[in-house]
Write a protein that binds this ligand. Structure first.
Ligand code: ADP
Ligand code: MG
Length: 699
């Protein structure tokens, strides 16, 4: 196909006037013939199937019916006039309703003439009705070129109002295929097409718009989804490759005393297989000569800290320093205490720097960092300040990544002459499928195994009406010496109300447990007061912690074994999972109780059921992704994933894997895409790289 022809402005297509062209540009982003070609249906309807009026179900599905209008009249209403028609077939009667375009309809619709109508039905006052049906006289209907699977294109309200219906798009598409003679350049290599038995390009685009059979439609969709995902993966992989070539990293080739000594003699427990594997991956990165940019994912409690420490030892063994940054002071202190304990038999100098470090201590730290006396610095954002200069920083580790922005991360890059290695640790499980497409340019390690002997947290769902039983349970646990969290939702828009919920909850708990010491922590408290309360709980001086979600991240109180989540239906899945992760850290059996009222939406029910069914963060993340779609999952907004035109990141997981695999194989054999057989791919890729949105090129 002549690529230039596809660049023709959409105005030139027969049937597109200036008005339509304008709408198509504004509402659908369709500027050229090519854009129209790549405007894919989002679903298909089986239009071989006709309903009788007496077969209609009250589920407001889209149906196709043959019948006649017997009567047409205007009805005055408070909110304006509407046009109502009686529509009958040989089994019954229903109504057709129009709120707009009434004049045109009155003038053009024929009474007592057979029509095919199509649309969604509503059930109201004992009759079915169909607002704004698509209608076509049966005579016309028979003449059309149509296929069993009728494509339905994504639309907007404005388009629908302006009469650009599926049928109109369909006609324009027919025109497009006529003008281009349906010939389109192949955009995948012969090798891939043969190996995967893909439809050729032209056949695929034709069948996606005009499916000739269900089988061909499925094949067409597969081919186009594969193509879309393939070029995205190719882009990510090439970006990753270039980054590695471009950004030099310090070479840590010695595995010396610190690492060896600790590994041989001071490991407090046997590492899990997953921890060993991840340490190996990190070791390979650190020795490679390129800067490491690795994301370490591991569910809460999976043991990321020890992995971080082992990585820091490798830096130390090569005469570099390391730092570990946490999002809050409490977490930084916990890391500090934990690491000092782990290193007690080693000659490692570890310091803590936070916002509350006193001036004198700071000065000492600054000095010792610069002269190299400090091996490992642990802290909060305070680490990022310009005054904090290292003698030779080789590795920076960031814990609980989502609290830090990209800008902050890049500050760490400048803490040495060439950027130190970066390891980002997160307990927010990102489904593998998504991670693959989002962070294709970061390397990812996953700890997918919990240390042995953990007792899985028991999670139950209780209704508010059973609160007394829950209180009794709390009492028993406190008697056994345990501590309890009670968490209230805090959603910004209704902050005041939530705050009231929290205070009411606090009071009722104080009444119920007069003998217990109770901490309360929420976002409107001063940091000092917050830390004080948190601290009392950490030290076991209080038995109950009433809080908003501020405790979500990282806090470790092994003695806390009960997590009560109030109004649990208001939390998202990942948040529920994070909150639950605050318990189950000690030797005792832990519990999570999800409290809700009786009224629950379907999604809420699914979330609660998922939580009671599994403790596996990745499984939960997959459900979350299905419920919310990738747009709402952290960090996806800026990524290209949302621009997918035909593939679905959740449903087309298998195709994604295959696309990534093939992209990798090709790059392995031919990193510059210079082989003759990859010419098509090189050409297409060049277009992709130029246009950002991959579908701008595909023709
Ligand atoms: P997280 O990944 O949430 O940061 P931590 O590193 O804090 O997890 O580890 C959670 C707990 O599990 C800690 O008390 C740690 O000592 C313990 N732990 C880590 N790895 C193992 C292991 N391989 N065997 C037994 N316990 C372990
Ligand atoms: Mg941690």
């Amino acid at each position: 196909m002549n690529a230039n022809l596809l660049q023709t402005p959409i105005d030139y297509l027969k049937g597109v006037g200036p008005n339509r062209a304008d709408l198509m540009r504004k509402e659908l982003g369709i500027h050229t013939y090519q854009d129209l070609l790549n405007f894919f249906p989002n679903r298909y309807l089986d239009k071989t199937c006709f309903y009788k009026i007496n077969e209609l179900q009250r589920n407001s599905a889209e149906v196709q019916i043959v019948g006649k209008i017997t009567h047409l009249k205007s009805v005055e209403q408070k909110r304006g006039k509407r046009l109502v028609a009686d529509f009958v077939d040989d089994t019954g009667k229903m109504k057709l309703v129009w709120f707009r375009g009434q004049k045109w309809i009155r003038e053009n619709l024929k009474i007592n003439t057979p029509y095919v109508i199509f649309g969604k039905t509503n059930w109201f006052n004992g009759l079915f009705s169909m607002p704004h049906p698509e209608m076509e006289p049966v005579e016309e209907y028979k003449k059309q070129l149509r296929t069993a699977m009728q494509p339905i294109y994504p639309s907007t309200e404005k388009l629908a109002k302006s009469g650009i219906s599926d049928r109109v798009i369909n006609k324009l598409m027919q025109q497009l295929f006529i003008e281009t003679k349906g010939k389109f350049i192949e955009s995948l290599s012969r090798e891939i097409i043969t190996e995967l038995k893909l439809l050729p390009k032209a056949k695929a685009v034709f069948n996606v718009h005009f499916p000739q059979s269900q089988e061909l439609l499925t094949k067409a969709q597969f081919r186009l989804k594969f193509e879309e995902l393939f070029y995205i993966q190719l882009q990510l992989l090439i970006k990753n490759m270039l980054q590695k070539q471009k950004i030099k990293g310090y070479v840590f080739d010695k595995i010396g005393d610190n690492f060896g000594e600790f590994y041989q003699h001071h490991l407090p427990f046997e590492l899990t297989g997953a921890q060993k594997r991840v340490i190996k991956e990190i070791r390979a990165d650190l020795g490679s000569g390129a800067q490491m940019n690795r994301l370490l994912q591991g569910d809460v409690g999976s043991g990321k800290t020890i992995v971080a420490l082992m990585a820091m030892f490798i830096a130390l063994d090569n005469d570099f320093q390391a730092c570990l940054m946490a999002p809050t002071e409490i977490l930084a202190i916990q890391h500090y205490n934990g690491l000092v304990e782990l290193c007690k038999n080693l000659d490692t100098t570890i310091y803590l720097l936070t916002g509350s470090s006193k001036t004198k201590a700071r000065r000492e730290i600054h000095e010792k960092l610069e002269n190299g006396e400090i091996d490992i610095l642990i802290g909060t954002h305070a680490l990022l300040e310009d005054k904090v200069q290292f003698k030779n920083l080789g590795l920076a580790i960031i814990d609980e990544q989502h609290r830090f922005g990209v800008a902050q991360r890049s500050k760490l890059w400048h803490k040495n002459k060439i950027p130190p290695h970066i390891l980002v640790m997160t307990a927010t499980p990102i489904p593998r499928t998504l991670a693959m497409s989002l962070y294709g340019d970061l390397d990812i390690s996953v700890i997918d195994e919990l240390p042995p002997g953990r007792k899985p947290i028991k999670t139950v769902h209780r209704y508010d009406a059973n609160r007394l039983k829950v209180f009794a349970f709390i009492r028993d646990e406190i008697k056994k010496g345990r501590q309890v969290y009670v968490v209230y939702p805090l959603i910004q828009e209704s902050e005041k109300m939530d705050y009231k919920d929290l205070m009411d909850g606090y009071e009722s708990i104080a009444r119920e447990f007069p003998q217990q010491q109770i901490s309360i922590v929420h976002g409107q408290m001063k940091p000092d007061a917050k830390d004080y309360e948190m601290d009392r709980f950490v030290r076991g001086e209080t038995q109950i912690m009433v809080a908003t979600t501020v405790i979500e991240v990282g806090v470790n109180v092994p003695n806390a074994s009960v997590m009560i989540i109030e109004s649990a239906e208001r939390f998202g899945l990942s948040q529920l999972h994070q909150l639950r992760g605050r318990v189950g850290r000690g030797a005792e059996q832990s519990f999570c109780i999800l409290m809700t009222g009786h009224k629950l939406s379907n999604d809420s029910k699914t979330r609660l059921e998922t939580m009671t069914a599994t403790n596996d963060g990745f499984e939960i993340a997959e459900v979350d992704l299905k419920l919310r779609g990738p747009g709402d999952i952290m960090g996806t907004q800026q990524s290209g994933v949302l621009n997918l035109k035909i593939a679905d990141i959740v449903k087309d997981n298998q195709i994604l894997k295959s696309a990534r695999y093939h992209a990798m194989q090709i790059l392995k054999e031919d990193p510059n895409l210079s082989l003759e057989k990859n010419k098509v791919i090189r050409f297409t890729y060049a277009q992709v790289a130029k246009h950002k949105n991959i579908w701008n090129y595909i023709s």
